[in-house]
Ligand binder design. Structure first.
Ligand code: AMP
Ligand code: ZN
Length: 434
């Protein structure tokens, strides 16, 4: 189903035309209305008239999270505070939040994007959508809420947490679509099993999961445990929240709402653009924002772009799964890896549960990685010690072969790793501890 078929299926020339028109407008708009950008342009000897087409985008400066922090609270705004109708902020828990602002038109555009995405995921008017993202300054819950509501679905804003109550609502109201982080979906699935509820007695059919990575292996776990189709949804506060991109039912990449979000992939070290298909850092230019337009915003998220036709008929370009963030890539003994790579390897073992913590330690000045992971309760109770030791051995060998260095795997008692209700904390870096 489509919300805005005309835009979602434009020819490349038509989309380019829209993007160029908005890029030129936005460039002029920020030059005239945001002192931060005016100074950047002046310093680079650049004038908005120099931007004649999309190919000129590489002449524009990048914007980073620290630019937003340095200009807290209103420095990046292009409108007076009285024109702002909504504020959200990043989910970081320490220091000042990174805020994002919306005018009435920005809110309307946001609704349009999230509604397109909800339709793309197959949400219909008859659906009952339970929003189990946290309703706070965080954009996730509000964004999904707006999209599902605009379609005319029944929206239940349960927020995250109170898992048993969450499940009771699912039973009583016949929830068909669950919106939450992938790690919270696993927590819910686990509690459903503990409560002795048969997943087939629930009406759930679809999960929309975002705000953190979901490996293919984790997707399969969620789909099997809840008996649903699980789709990935992407967004970030600075871009305005969900609505940037989502997987369609073909599950072959996230379609980007390109008329609002112009994507580029760059080499995070050299900042040079990379061609389609190559993996690097995703950079977005917000083409139609009024309150806080950003150009070439460095997301730090690592993925690639794909422009081959999609089975769903949309021509919107896609990005692949987010394989990690350039700033939370782990470097251990000089070797780089992302927690999501480790997750793929571990969940390839059927005895293993998707509950783990990666601890980085320092011993005799060398980096060590200890991974604490749970097994299925049955396996833990019934398997002889020898079998557990064999499993550890097999996992350590596989991790070494695939990731390239040794990690110590520690199988821990079921239910001892804290369960997530939002974004899971999977990495604990203890290397600086005395
Ligand atoms: P926040 O601004 O708190 O909403 O966090 C945004 C960040 O969450 C992104 O930059 C990504 O690193 C991460 N994120 C959001 N959606 C996804 C997704 N579908 N897959 C992987 N990471 C995601
Ligand atoms: Zn598609």
């Amino acid at each position: 189903m489509f919300w805005d078929k005309k835009t979602e299926c434009l020819s490349r020339d038509e989309m380019t035309h829209i993007q160029e028109t908005h890029l030129k407008k936005t460039t002029k708009y920020i030059f005239e209305n945001v002192a931060f950008y005016k100074q950047k342009f002046d310093k680079a000897g650049l004038h908005p008239d120099d931007i004649k087409g999309l190919e000129d985008i590489t002449r524009l400066p990048f914007t980073t999270k620290s630019d937003l922090r340095d200009n807290y609270p209103y420095g990046m705004c292009a409108v007076p505070p009285s024109h702002i109708v909504r504020v959200h902020a990043s989910s970081g828990t320490t220091g000042k939040p990174t805020p994002v602002f919306y005018t009435a038109q920005d809110l309307e555009n946001w609704v349009n994007c999230v509604t397109r995405n909800c339709c793309m995921a197959g949400i219909r008017q008859i659906d009952v959508c339970q929003i189990a993202f946290r309703y706070t300054l965080f954009t996730g819950a509000f964004g999904h809420h707006l999209g599902a509501e605009r379609i005319g679905a029944t929206v239940i804003p349960t927020s995250s947490g109170q898992t048993e109550r969450q499940i009771m609502m699912m039973q009583d109201f016949g929830t068909t679509v669950l919106h939450c982080t992938p790690s919270y979906a696993i927590t819910i699935a686990e509690r459903i099993r503990e409560m002795g509820i048969n997943k087939n007695d629930l009406s759930l059919r679809l999960g929309i999961h975002g705000a953190e990575p979901m490996s293919e292996e984790l997707r399969t776990e969620i789909e099997e445990r809840l008996g649903i189709t699980a789709l990935r949804d992407y967004g970030m506060t600075e871009l305005g929240g969900p609505g940037t991109s989502i997987e369609c039912l073909e599950k072959n990449g996230y379609h980007i709402n390109e008329d609002f979000f112009y994507p580029e992939i760059i080499d995070p070290d050299t900042c040079e653009p990379l061609p389609d298909g190559q993996t690097g850092e995703l950079v977005f230019t917000l083409l139609q924002k009024e309150a806080m337009p950003l150009i070439r915003y460095r997301s730090r998220d690592i993925t690639h772009l794909e422009s081959e036709p999609c089975g769903c008929g949309r021509t919107l370009v896609r990005h692949g799964p987010i394989i990690g963030r350039s700033d939370d890539m782990l470097i251990v003994g000089g070797v780089n890896f992302f927690p999501s790579q480790l997750e793929c390897v571990m969940l390839g073992f059927e005895e293993i549960e998707p509950h783990y913590v990666i601890r980085l330690k320092k011993k005799k000045r060398l980096d060590h990685v200890l991974v604490e992971v749970e097994t299925a309760p049955d396996f833990w109770t019934n398997a002889p010690k020898k079998k557990i030791a064999e499993l550890v051995q097999k996992m350590e060998t596989k991790v070494k072969n695939i990731i390239g260095f040794s990690m110590k795997i520690d199988i821990v008692e079921p239910f001892t790793i804290p369960r997530s209700e939002g974004k899971a904390q999977r990495v604990v870096d203890e290397r600086m501890k005395k």
